[in-house]
Design a protein around this ligand. Sequence first.
Ligand code: RIB
Ligand code: CA
Length: 311
Amino acid sequence: MTNKIPVWIDVDTGVDDSAALLVACKLPQLDIRGISAVAGNVVLANSFENTRRVCALAGRSEIPIYPGADRPLFNVLETASHIHGEDGLGGAEIPPSPAPVETKPAWDALYEAAVACGGELQVISVGPLTDLAIAFQKYPELKTLIKRILIMGGAAKGGNVTPCAEFNIVADPHAAQMVFKAGVQVVMCGLDVTMQAYLTHPELAQIENYDSDVCRFMGTAIARAKAFYAAIIAPIVCLHDVCPVLFAAYPHIFSGEEAGVYVETRGTITNGKTVTDLWSDKQFPEKNAFVVLDVDREAFAGLVTDILTSY
Ligand code: RIB
Ligand code: CA
């Protein structure tokens, strides 16, 4: 495919990160230049190893994977192991990767990839934004070399850690603020759209029952999340992290609005909130983000199912 989109993917592999990686590794539209793992859902050692193993399962062990930050910039790491399991894959076991273990820090590798792509690199980040923030701090010119940042993170309304904060942002609000203020347009796939980006139990069954190692893995990995959502929301599983990946390749199934977005870093009740001017008279000086608000759920579910059952 000509005109592939050069992307860098930063993950805190976890269960929905795994789905995002498996989808990304199959998309012909994407030229994955590198992947980095950050501490978030689980500790760095687990998110790094999980990322290596999931990419090997996808048959993409040639993609270099780099270790990122093992903690937020200033906050203490608080994982989401209650959802993803201590291992981060919901207890699913997959073979180790044959790929050599990269030791170069994520921020250095990301910078080198951005230079090599001459300003065309797009960064997809689906965990805390610590790695990207460090890269921006170490390489001030990086903001001129990244075309766009697509994140799973934040929420114009609501939150899943507090009533106004989403996990990836509140895990490292200082890093998130640095990214929103870096001067690179951010496509924000927050809870506003990712809570719509779900698969129903019958849709999940098509993946769980498909005879492939990838689908057997996904079936096991999502079981814990399935029970979590069924207990507190509905018989669904939201695949949050798949949203920015599919936005990059299929933007037409999504919709949203330009907005100013900045992060609360000093609040007590509001700490980690992505404050947007979508619905306020007073506007921020800049529209630094595109806030994704809706998705064609049927199209989303169909793409995820088709891609995961194509392995
Ligand atoms: O709030 C959902 C986000 O937090 C997802 O990226 C999930 O993987 C967790 O990191
Ligand atoms: Ca994640």
